[in-house]
Design a protein around this ligand. Structure first.
Ligand code: GAL
Length: 802
């Protein structure tokens, strides 16, 4: 088992490794972020959050291995897929194909990383933790599109990598023709039918997507734990070996690191460890139990190939039986509608729909992928400070005579001008309106139409906002088309074009444009339509506030800020600043880490779009004004998962909460700066803590159980226990809900179902109130008798603590 982990602060990473190990993982997988490590050619950066060597050493200290995905193309919803923007401007370069300038640059960076790892003795053969490295990333589909040069490039990339003599294997993911000895691997929601391109290569899964990324403007994807567990069990029963979760630990695209365009700041991914470093239950615990079950099968899995037999029209047994007597079985029910009783060996097994039971001794079902047995907890964002004292500063609109303004004929591509030094580029031009224009008398204002390659645009006419338009991930392009007020004489047209992350995926994404490429036309003049695309335009990169470093304490003192009744509200292009004390609470976690830890977030729901900083650190782009479209229906775990299934948040901001790492906070006097493009109400901005408010257990009777050290504790009929525990120093104070029978819902919103044992509450009240932890056996007699004989029952309980 392995995990993908990135986009984290190092403290969080260390905690993440601890939970990874506890969760039954052995390997940490990470990408290497070229654009972070080589911000300008030959100028390297490996400090702070980009201290790759330290990261790998911390993994080793935690007793884990590393799979280093060097790329250096990494996709990852990361800006420009990991490529430095300067790379695009190397003469004659074409990315990811048989192109000399590209190959030279790619080899240079790959060598740099490999040499660094060797110098630090980090490869496994040197005593380090790195057991495997990746070159390129999902190049197969691109090769298929571009043909021969792609094939030549694949061979070159493999040879180049192998030539670096790392002494551990190289892999290429989604690359069916990976040349020997490079191993091709699978990425996807399911990989059971994947087979590597040679018999002597292991069947490996480099990305099992535990959820999916969020884009601004779209609903938030989730993936049920039952389906992830099912996909893993299915892969293993079909002879799979290495499984990596992408992502196991969600993260945050701080600063302007999000790719795109339109990738959200949160990269939570519905991962087993969430964006804030908290365990996402029951997902994390369910996968931990799955890993234990699979590891109990290890002796049989490594010594035999599976024999597959049918157990019914849609059911199979996969049995690993070795000559030395090892035996493990996986009993699978692929039916999405019906649970089925199957006979295997001399016993009967109930297989819930779309599930696999794991029998490490070919007799005892210790785990079923559809039966969640883990404790979970209800977390809420609890406001801690909603009364900031704000000051505002209106970003000045630039004029063509400002410093650092360049003038060009016609419309130029945005990234060519900005080199991505800022999201923002001003396009400015003058339009002369003759006093004889008819519209001045008729009042029929001319129609201004602007075609832009994206991603967002604010249009100002003579300093006044005339409108805002923006694209979306599936189509970043946009058109502004409005009647605008023009006066006789010179009119100033200023377009603030905004990039929202550079593309990270797609064939030759380096050629995709951003910004106002035109045409820009004015219709309804005496002459008919005037095309103003080709006239002189002035260009100004970035905001004045960015140039003045308004997000630092010293930079902010260079301008006058308004406050009190003068505070700007609902005005576009406004800077806000305030100071605040850190909320009480822990990071990194202490005590019972799972429940103690209280991450801090900003509620930005009163704002539109922009960026914010705390103590000079950018916590990312905010865009709560972009409301999630799409469908959010009921979520059934059964059936083939796609990222369109099980979405949440429809009709609400795609991202309302923004993660503030506690490691960036001081106890008091923290400096918070917000830049708002659209206009918002800063008084609605609030700090909140993500707090565990109650704990739950939700468990089926007949739930297979097992002990940690590999002992099988249960027969086919077993009596699981519901465990509840709360942080040290706290006691269970109230049973919010308890039902043995057929309860429905999930932690936080359980409700009684068609059958309910009348002593459900009493059993927990007696055993749990006043205790830090308690366990209650899930059996009819504990709850006053069987409330519905003959039906499979479950127990759901939710308890508050204080
Ligand atoms: C994969 C890619 C990852 C990531 C993922 C989607 O295809 O290799 O880097 O982009 O898709 O989250």
């Amino acid at each position: 088992m392995s995990l993908m982990i990135a986009k984290l602060s190092s403290l969080m990473a260390a905690e993440g490794f601890f939970f990874a190990r506890e969760g039954g993982l052995d390997v940490i997988q990470t990408y290497v972020f070229w654009n972070a490590h080589e911000p300008s050619p030959g100028n390297y950066y490996f400090e702070d959050r980009y201290d790759l060597v330290r990261f790998i050493k911390v993994v080793q200290q935690a007793g884990l291995y590393v799979h280093l995905r060097i790329g250096p193309y990494i996709c990852a919803e990361w800006n420009f897929g990991g490529f430095p923007v300067w790379l695009k401007y190397v003469p004659d370069i074409v990315f990811r194909t048989d192109n000399e300038p590209f190959k030279v640059a790619m080899q240079g960076f790959t060598e740099k990383i490999v040499n660094m790892m060797k110098a630090e003795k980090l490869f496994e053969t040197q005593g380090g933790p790195i057991i495997m490295s990746q070159i390129e990333n999902e190049f197969g589909p691109v090769e298929w599109e571009i043909g021969d040069p792609g094939k030549v490039y694949t061979k070159w990339a493999a040879q180049m990598a192998v030539g670096l003599n790392t002494s551990v294997p190289w892999i290429m993911c989604k690359q069916d023709d990976a040349p020997d000895p490079v191993i091709n691997t699978c990425n996807g929601f399911y990989c059971e039918n994947f087979s590597p391109n040679a018999k002597y290569k292991p069947k490996m899964w480099t990305e099992n997507w535990t959820g999916w990324f969020t884009e601004f403007g779209a609903a938030v994807p989730t993936r049920p734990a039952e389906d992830i567990a099912f996909s893993v069990a299915r892969f293993i029963q079909n002879g799979g070996s290495f499984v990596n979760y992408y992502m196991y630990h969600g993260g945050t695209n701080f600063g302007r690191t999000a790719g795109g365009p339109f990738i959200a700041t949160s990269y939570d991914y519905d991962a087993p460890i969430d964006e804030y470093g908290q365990l996402r239950e029951p997902k994390w615990g369910h996968l931990r139990d799955l890993h234990r079950a699979i590891k109990l099968c290890e002796p049989a899995l490594v010594s035999a190939d599976p024999t597959v037999t049918s157990l019914g029209s849609n059911q199979e047994a996969h049995v690993f039986s070795s000559s030395s007597g090892e035996c493990a079985a996986f009993l699978a029910n692929y039916d999405t509608n019906y649970s089925v009783n199957v006979t295997f060996g001399s016993a009967q097994y109930e297989l819930p729909r779309w599930s696999i039971s794991i029998l490490p001794d070919c007799k005892t079902a210790v785990f079923n992928t559809a039966r969640l047995g883990a404790q979970s907890s209800e977390k809420q964002m609890v406001l801690v400070n909603a009364a900031f004292s704000w000051q505002s500063y209106n970003e000045e609109r630039p004029s063509a005579d400002d410093q650092n303004v360049t003038v060009h004929d016609g419309l130029w591509e945005q990234i060519f001008i900005t080199r991505d030094a800022s999201d923002y580029l001003w396009y400015m031009t003058d339009v002369n309106i003759d006093p004889s224009e008819a519209f001045l008398k008729t009042g029929l204002d001319p129609l201004l139409t602007i075609w832009s390659a994206g991603h967002a645009l604010h249009v100002f006419i003579n300093g006044e906002l005339a409108g805002t338009v923006y694209g979306a991930l599936e189509n970043p392009k946009l058109t502004f088309s409005n009647n605008v007020k023009l006066i006789p004489g010179v009119n100033k047209i200023s377009l603030l074009s905004v990039a929202v992350g550079l593309p990270n995926v797609g064939t030759h994404f380096e050629t995709w444009n951003a910004g106002v490429l035109g045409p820009v036309t004015l219709k309804g003049l005496n002459e008919g339509t005037r095309d103003i695309s080709k006239q002189k335009w002035s260009y100004k990169i970035g905001l004045k506030g960015e140039a003045l470093n308004l997000y630092t304490v010293s930079g902010s003192s260079s301008v006058e800020w308004a406050e009190g009744s003068m505070l700007a509200k609902k005005q576009p292009l406004t800077w806000y600043k305030t100071t605040f004390d850190a909320p009480e609470g822990d990071e990194p976690p202490g005590g019972n880490a799972v429940l103690d830890y209280e991450p801090v977030v900003l509620d930005m729901s009163s704002m539109g779009k922009g960026q914010e900083w705390i103590n000079g650190q950018s916590i990312g782009r905010h865009w709560p004004g972009y409301i999630a479209r799409g469908e959010c229906g009921a979520c059934d775990y059964a059936g083939t998962y796609t990222d369109k299934k099980c979405r949440t948040n429809c009709g609400q901001p795609s991202q309302r909460w923004y993660h503030v790492p506690r490691s960036w906070l001081k106890p008091s006097g923290n400096f918070l700066v917000v830049f708002e493009e659209w206009g918002g109400d800063p008084n609605g901005i609030a700090l909140a803590k993500r707090i565990t408010t109650s704990v739950c257990a939700d468990i089926f009777e007949g739930q297979p159980t097992m002990k940690k050290r590999g002992m099988l504790t249960s027969g086919r009929i077993n009596r699981p226990k519901a465990h509840l525990w709360c942080p040290p120093g706290q006691k269970i104070s109230k049973i919010i809900f308890a039902s043995y029978g057929m309860p429905e819902g999930s932690c936080g919103n359980f409700r009684e179902g068609s059958c309910h044992a009348h002593k459900s509450y009493a059993a927990f009240q007696k055993n749990c109130i006043g205790r830090q932890w308690c366990s209650v056996t899930v059996a009819p007699k504990v709850f006053g008798g069987d409330p519905c004989p003959g039906s499979v029952k479950k127990l759901s309980v939710e308890a508050a603590y204080s």
